[in-house]
Design a protein around this ligand. Structure first.
Ligand code: FES
Length: 293
């Protein structure tokens, strides 16, 4: 029963088109800031190979929920300190969340907008709680902490829906499965340096290009949000995504510039009987989807 109610609620948010206008306004405001090359590289978690936002959320949530425990024990100073810690650490946490959100579209953008609204209200409640406590009004301060925690819980639930149900932040190639046997790819003469060629490796879309010493093959679906990489460009030895300009080093598929945080799956390539062939390269491409490709 609860499961069904939750599903109805999330579906309603996904379809809530009235959120589009304010979401577009916010995106217009923040995108020029959060999508600059340096900040987006760090905020997306590219240096650590994993989205940064889910790591950071643990700090304010942990601080604020611990503050409630301190309140229950009657330790107002301890609770105030933890609320302040939560407020300070919520700022970079929100920044990374907004950065991730700026690359979403449609239903994802609506759910993410409400997720941010819940957490923004929660942050305001904790700031007000801290101010009230400092002025000696502990009772209303505690009530605002409880309200803030309710807001964080609502925001967290929507954040979970974004990641686990809608796949935001997940490597979009995670369940692509290719075989260990060699499969036909293309005519090697068609693969030109500086150009990107789309091909099919036994049902998995791949993108090919030529380096000075060899032909390379990578998953054609961008690990960030799934752009068709063969529509991108080759710049300074990197494959640049056509949607959000992540750059993947063509020597090994590693991310040279975010917002992608996961490398592109690479495939092994050879020429046999005049044809270019490919197969999975390593354990990374062994991940399987139990229900198919
Ligand atoms: S889809 Fe976002 S960088 Fe490729």
């Amino acid at each position: 029963m609860l499961n069904k109610l939750m599903d109805i609620a999330t579906t309603s948010v996904e379809k809530a088109s009235f959120l589009d206008a304010p979401a577009a306004k916010l995106a217009e405001l923040i995108s020029p800031v959060v999508q600059r090359p340096g900040p987006r590289h760090v905020a997306s978690g590219t240096p650590i190979g994993h989205p940064l936002h889910p790591l950071l959320v643990a700090i304010p949530i942990g601080a604020w929920s611990s503050a409630l425990a301190f309140d229950a024990l009657g330790d107002d100073d301890g609770a105030s300190t933890l609320i302040a810690l939560g407020v300070v650490t919520a700022l970079p946490t929100m920044y990374t969340g907004l950065s991730d959100w700026s690359y979403t579209e449609g239903a994802e953008k609506r759910v993410g907008f409400l997720h941010a609204a819940f957490n923004g209200l929660a942050l305001s409640a904790f700031v007000a709680s801290w101010v009230l406590r400092r002025s000696g009004r502990r009772g209303p301060g505690v009530l605002l902490s409880i309200a803030g925690m309710a807001g964080v819980s609502g925001g967290g639930w929507l954040g979970g829906h974004l990641a686990y149900a809608m796949g935001v932040g997940v490597d979009t190639t995670a369940f692509q499965h290719s075989e260990s046997e060699w499969s036909d790819l293309a005519d090697p003469a068609e693969i030109v340096a500086g150009e990107l060629t789309e091909a099919d490796l036994d049902g998995v879309p791949v993108v090919l290009t030529r380096l000075p010493d060899r032909v390379v093959a990578y998953a054609d679906r961008c690990s960030h949000r799934g752009a068709p990489l063969h529509e991108g460009t080759v710049e300074d030895g990197c494959l640049v995504c056509p949607w959000h300009n992540a750059a993947f080093d063509l020597r090994d598929g590693s991310v040279a510039l975010g917002p992608a945080s996961r490398p592109q799956t690479a495939f092994e390539v050879r020429v046999s009987e005049g044809r270019l062939q490919g197969r999975r390269l390593d354990e990374r491409s062994l991940r399987t989807n139990p229900v198919g490709r």
